[in-house]
Design a protein around this ligand. Structure first.
Ligand code: PLP
Length: 391
């Protein structure tokens, strides 16, 4: 076990903290439920902070460097990360804006390209705050459910684009790439088709790419702005999910070449609301956190396999199609006969907290989302508890 301040070696960060250490945390994952509940819900990870990140913010605190954010170190670090990891050299620092976090960035992006009352298309089931944030921004959701294979269904998407644009009103498509909760990584062909459809129907694409760093090495993340036809697209990126930095907030809004004018309308007050310490942390993660991230990705791969094996043995009625990204697993529990909300049964009878699928929109009934960013022993215990809840 290492201390909680920083893992010095690239050993699996998911194996470094004990449950007792984790239970001393004061964040949402660990404080929402009593101590007899095993929490595998909100997308926080049971990892120590990556050493380069811990060092960067410790140094900043020592300097008293806690003012407003300045400069372009964050987008520069992301541009270099994008070049190294995804072979993408199209991230232009001048076409980026700091945003306080990804969901605030999504709302800002919606304000740039739509008006109140306009439609926003989403691929349900999807990250629940998409619904809440769209409603809060006075826009309305149009659902384009994923196909049975959990991938984007282009016919359904096109139909949703038509409905969203009825009467010629502006509309946006909030793409989740990679997709939360399924962990699906959209292919270059799919994204190119999406861009073509969006162009044809005059829909503006806003890609939430917060999970982009958390993609298994066997898969290839394709940045939306890198595909042909995406020139007027917008994207949100962040180190938040890759390095567990939700407590050190900071996102980047990226614009394609034809969206630069929109980006220029992001108010200074929005960008300057980003946490300076967050910017320092995210910059360090993208610049120096690659080794740590690789160790995490290996650990998540192992956990995906472990979960598949455990479910096959103890809960074979649950359908699980492992994704290649995110720390999340989307479980179809309908065959268990636990009703619309199996998460409520798992917590009441099994004392294990998962996300209820109901909040993820159409397609979420009878499903739960399980957070894989935990030690293998915790995953094993979670499945044991789930199995005990149904026996
Ligand atoms: C798809 C997606 N977008 C946004 C967020 C939240 O990002 P932030 O905390 O930067 O607003 C999450 C968190 O899990 C997410 O899964």
């Amino acid at each position: 076990m290492s201390g909680v301040l920083g893992a010095r070696t690239a050993v699996n960060p998911l194996r470094q903290l004990t449950i007792d250490q984790l239970r001393r945390r004061t964040s949402l994952k660990w404080r929402e439920y009593p101590d007899d509940v095993l929490p595998l819900w909100v997308a926080e990870m049971d990892v120590p902070l990556a050493e380069p990140v811990a060092q960067a913010i410790t140094d900043a605190v020592a300097r008293g460097d806690t003012g407003y954010p300045a400069g372009t170190a964050y987008p520069q670090a992301l541009a270099e990360f994008a070049r190294r990891r995804w072979g993408w050299d199209g991230l232009v620092v001048e076409r980026t804006a700091l945003v306080p976090d990804v969901m605030h960035g999504v709302v800002e992006a919606l304000r740039l390209v739509t008006e109140p009352g306009n439609a926003v298309v989403v691929n349900c089931p999807v990250y629940p705050p998409f619904y809440e944030s769209v409603a809060h921004a006075d826009r309305r959701i149009v659902e384009a459910p994923l196909g049975a294979d959990l991938r984007i269904d282009l016919d359904t998407l096109e139909d949703a684009f038509r409905r969203a644009r009825a009467g010629g009103r502006p509309a946006a498509y909030l793409l989740c790439s990679p997709h939360n909760p399924t962990g699906v990584v959209h292919s270059a062909a799919e994204l190119t088709a999406v861009a073509g459809l969006a162009q044809r129907h005059g829909v503006r694409v806003i890609a939430d790419e917060i999970h982009a760093p958390v993609v298994a090495r066997g898969a290839r993340f394709v940045p939306y702005l890198s595909v042909p036809g995406a020139e007027n697209g917008l994207s949100l990126m962040s180190a938040s999910k890759g390095w567990n930095l939700a407590g050190l907030r900071g996102g980047l809004l990226l614009a394609g070449p034809a969206a630069a004018g929109d980006l220029a309308r992001v108010p200074f007050g929005v960008s300057v609301s980003t946490s300076h310490l967050g910017v320092i942390a995210h910059t360090a993660a993208f610049r120096d956190g690659g080794e740590w991230l690789d160790a995490l990705l290996t650990g998540l791969d192992d956990n995906r396999r472990l979960l598949g094996a455990l479910l096959a043995e103890h809960l074979p009625a649950i359908r699980y199609q492992p994704g290649q990204a995110t720390c999340l697993a989307w479980l179809d529990c309908r065959a268990l006969g636990l009703g619309d909300d199996p998460a409520s049964v798992f917590i009441d009878r099994g004392r294990v907290a998962l996300n209820s699928g109901l909040a993820f929109g159409t397609g979420g009934v009878g499903h739960v989302r399980l957070n894989l960013a935990a030690a293998p022993e915790v995953i094993t215990e979670a499945v044991r508890r789930m199995a005990s809840a149904v026996s």
